[in-house]
Design a protein around this ligand. Structure first.
Ligand SMILES: *Cc1c(COP(=O)(O)O)cnc(C)c1O
Length: 226
């Protein structure tokens, strides 16, 4: 019996290919067997939101999987993922970026990071404001970091059926990424990622310019927790 929804997977892949976006298959709470099934279909980017779960899965699954950490990250846990994580979507402070830089240096790596922005109306969702991000990127401490590469932004829209609102919030993130591009990354072609869109809103996100959609339940079925 299949542990994934193949029809949905093929549809999401087809939709992302239209705009050259990439799919982060969000496998949190799902067993290795389900991940292996998607891997066998060619999927290589997987997203997890808990460090312990991510480490366990990375140890037992193929080496060429690109693991993305998409959930909030405590500074004291960066050390567990610094040797292998491919991208961290949830950078929301200079202190966290400094810790990632420090731990990546120990492994002689450069870790790709996204700045997470607060675009939803819900106050429970966390993330930076444009002003806070500007302060980080303008700081000397950031400029001295050799082991992190800020490659774009991430945001989560409000959980709502109101498509106009979701679209509006995604557009805010696009405005943020272009403002930062103009101010800090004009000569830097690697600053281009916009991580937005989940199972319920990824098609809107792609229409609005997402380059990385983070889709879980459409592929793996509903989660009991997480
Ligand atoms: C769980 C999660 C997703 C995927 O959610 P689905 O609705 O299952 O697609 C995307 N992004 C983040 C940050 C998540 O925690």
């Amino acid at each position: 019996m299949s542990l994934i929804n193949t029809i949905n997977y093929n549809k999401v892949i087809a939709n992302t290919q239209k705009t050259n976006a990439n799919l982060v298959a969000v496998s949190k709470t799902k067993p290795n067997e389900a991940i292996e099934e998607l891997y066998d279909m060619g999927q290589r980017i997987f997203g997890e939101n808990r460090v312990q779960e991510l480490v366990g899965k990375a140890e037992s699954l193929p080496n060429d999987i690109q693991w993305h950490l998409i959930g909030s990250l405590q500074r004291n846990k960066v050390k567990y993922i610094a040797n292998f994580v491919s991208m961290i979507h949830s950078v929301d402070s200079l202190k966290l970026l400094e810790e990632i830089n420090k731990q990546a240096a120990k492994h002689n790596r450069v870790i790709d990071c996204l700045l997470q922005f607060h675009i939803a109306e819900e106050s429970t969702k966390f993330g930076l404001s444009l002003e806070e991000a500007t302060t980080i990127l303008a700081s000397d401490r950031y400029k001295d970091m050799k082991h992190v590469r800020v490659v774009g932004v991430m945001g989560m829209a409000t959980f709502t059926d109101n498509e106009a609102q979701v679209r509006h919030e995604f557009r805010q993130l696009i405005q943020i990424v272009s403002a930062l591009k103009n101010q800090f990354f004009t000569d830097n072609n690697s600053f281009k990622e916009v991580s937005m869109g989940m199972s319920g809103d990824y098609e809107i996100a792609l229409e609005e310019g997402s380059t990385l959609v983070r889709v879980g339940s459409l592929l793996f079925g509903a989660r009991n927790y997480g």
